[in-house]
Design a protein around this ligand. Structure first.
Ligand SMILES: [Zn+2]
Length: 152
């Protein structure tokens, strides 16, 4: 036991980490593909909707139920694209500026587009890393090994 288990565990962890990295790349390209597919579908739906409205205007007959269904379908697709871009943002360490909606680096303090101050959502790390104020000695200032000898 012990050592062997540790080795197995470490190998497992390493494999999982590599798998995670590769998985992320696969996820990203998959997400990008579905994003463009959904955007294409949205375009088709709008063409359809335009045709529907055109015919409705021409004939004077508007089936509100069908119209509502078409609108809901497009809303659905928009919701899907929003979800996918959110996932892509997470994978790329990006977030969206709450003020202008532009993509910004997750660790940015200010938006590069509008300059808004960005508040980070992640909580501050636990304070247990802080040295204790009563038992930790203040670091001594290092003495300079070289002495200046003026007048040489
Ligand atoms: Zn902004």
């Amino acid at each position: 036991m012990g050592i062997f288990d540790d080795v197995v565990l470490n190998a497992k962890n390493a494999a999982q980490n590599v798998g995670k990295m590769a998985g992320q790349l696969v996820d990203m390209s998959k997400l990008r593909i579905s994003l463009s597919e959904i955007n294409g579908e949205i375009g088709r739906r709008f063409t359809e909707l335009g045709q529907f409205v055109y015919e409705a205007k021409k004939t004077g007959v508007v089936d509100d139920a069908i119209l509502a269904e078409k609108l809901a379908g497009i809303d659905d697709l928009y919701a899907q694209t929003a979800q996918i871009s959110e996932q892509l943002d997470v994978l790329q360490n990006r977030s969206t500026c709450p003020v202008c909606g532009k993509k910004v680096a997750q660790d940015a303090a200010f938006c590069s587009a509008c300059g808004a101050k960005l508040v980070r959502e992640e909580p501050t790390p636990a304070e247990e890393n802080e040295p204790c104020c009563c038992c930790e000695e203040a670091p001594k200032a290092e003495e300079k090994p070289e002495e200046e000898k003026p007048g040489e």
